[in-house]
Ligand binder design. Sequence first.
Ligand SMILES: [Cu+2]
Length: 139
Amino acid sequence: MRNNLFRTTFATLFACCLLSLSVSAFATEIRMEKAMPEGGKAVLTFDTDRLLTMTETPFTVELIGGTGKILADANVSLRLIMPAMSMPPNRPKALWLEDAYHGQAVFTMGGEWNAIMLIQRPGHDLVDLIFKLGQVQMK
Ligand SMILES: [Cu+2]
């Protein structure tokens, strides 16, 4: 009985371990979302599991309106800044392609970074959303 319980516990732990390993193996992107002032949300995704310096890092911006409609008419760019210091301007654009806005980011220094997403849609006020990206590691 006792042995049986031990075996079940061990099997469960082992299964959990395998599951978390496979989950982390597939966590190949960093995804963040923010609410937009007029409703809906902006989703920022980096195609990597870890932000590294001096690396062209593809990113995607999806804009989903309050009614769930994908917004394809915006001018979208990121302003990449380090909150701790002033850095040279780093403002990758994101261009509409098929289903989302796509761009490339390069972080020029290790440390903490933020991305200010600028969204300009015809007939709307400029929207800026701050995404805290956390630490960018040295390559
Ligand atoms: Cu810096």
